[in-house]
Design a protein around this ligand. Structure first.
Ligand SMILES: [Fe+2]
Length: 366
């Protein structure tokens, strides 16, 4: 990638393809304290008020800098690197390659907590690991005073829901969700009925004295890729049919329609939703429903298979951060008479992890 000049025009060259950079594009990026606020890096001018026929009057290029003067009298010195950065997606978390995993995964992505971790390079590594595997576990996280809230807000901002700022997971009388019982929970994604669905779930183990109640994780990315390879018809219908997900409580009705396997504009996995107690398929032709039900049965078999399920015990102080758009989670049954089992949970959105990751990348010049 490089910048070239020809007759007062600026070109971007990459692997033999050469494109002119629009003069207005460069004019919008003029820097200097008259044009950009030093602290916020926000523009001090409104580019929509500039005249449309911006042209370059003079331009020169050195190794590091591009000096441009425009026909409206403005001159600027732009760094070549800052221009090149805009043409590469070097900062894009989508470029962090996902690593598919199944039950044979041995490295549980453990990082030991300390009170400065949010500003340390270790947090950068933990977040990279999160984007690769879809989860990360922090050990020895303080368990007092709802520390989970402080933890979440130190990465980004907590995402409040109708369950509150955070929720306590322990068996209780008259539960409004099966999570608050000692029953086993099959792998599922959380809150598929919300719009938008919470991106990341944080679960912090405060106490765990019971012998069961292990946590389970399944990589929805691995499973849906297997389904695509072995059962393409099932994959196709699950990526096409929008299902109604529903949650009903005394004072709220939450509903959202979405595919069980949602793809992005490039047909790559965007989000899995799976919660077979909360999904309602629309009435379709019988043949189509035959296929849909067979597909849902198959993906449920895969999600519940030992082959894909990681099972481990969360101990007091362990904090699991997982991607609710990619992973499914659950727990094994336990006997509430054996002792206490108490977890706290909350949600944060992707802008929190992305924002912190990019901040640490900038800070450590990685
Ligand atoms: Fe859950």
């Amino acid at each position: 990638m490089k910048i070239e000049l020809s007759e007062n025009k600026v070109f971007f060259e990459n692997n033999g393809s050469k494109k002119e950079i629009h003069p207005f594009w460069l004019r919008e990026r003029v820097n200097g304290e008259k044009f950009v606020d030093k602290g916020t890096q926000q523009r001090l001018f409104d580019p929509t008020e500039l005249k449309e026929n911006i042209e370059i009057k003079n331009v020169s290029l050195s190794d590091k800098y591009l000096n441009v003067s425009f026909n409206d009298g403005v001159e600027t010195k732009l760094t070549v690197q800052s221009i090149l950065n805009e043409f590469s997606s070097f900062n894009d978390v989508k470029l962090i390659k996902k690593i598919k995993w199944d039950s044979s995964l041995e490295n549980l992505n453990n990082f030991e907590f300390n009170s400065n971790i949010f500003e340390e390079e270790m947090m950068y590594e933990a977040l990279i690991s999160f984007y690769k595997y879809g989860f990360v576990i922090f050990k020895k996280v303080p368990t007092e005073n709802n520390f989970l809230v402080k933890f979440a807000n130190s990465i980004g901002s907590i995402r409040r829901t109708n369950f509150g700022e955070f929720f306590n997971v322990k068996s209780k009388p008259n539960p409004n969700d099966l999570a608050y019982t000692s029953l086993p929970l099959a792998p599922h994604t959380d809150n598929p009925y919300r719009n938008p669905v919470p991106c990341i779930q944080i679960l912090h183990c405060i106490e765990n004295e019971v012998s069961g109640g292990n946590s389970t994780l399944v990589d929805g990315y691995t499973v849906t890729e297997e389904l695509k390879k072995d059962y393409p018809d099932y994959y196709k219908i699950l990526t096409e049919v929008k299902v109604r997900y529903q949650f009903i409580d005394q004072d709220v009705v939450l509903e959202d329609w979405a595919e069980m396997i949602q793809l992005d504009e490039n047909k790559n996995l965007k989000q899995v939703r799976f919660s077979p107690r909360l999904d309602f398929v629309p009435l379709m032709d019988k043949e189509k429903l035959d296929l849909y039900y067979a597909a849902r049965k198959k993906i449920s078999e895969l999600y519940n298979s030992d082959k894909y399920r990681l099972e481990f015990k969360l101990n007091s102080g362990d904090l699991l951060m997982m991607d609710n758009y990619r992973l499914l989670h659950g727990r094994t049954t336990y006997d509430a008479n054996e002792g206490k089992r108490f977890l706290q949970g909350c949600y944060i959105d992707y802008d929190s992890t992305e924002g912190r990751l990019k901040h640490l990348k900038r800070k450590f010049n990685i």
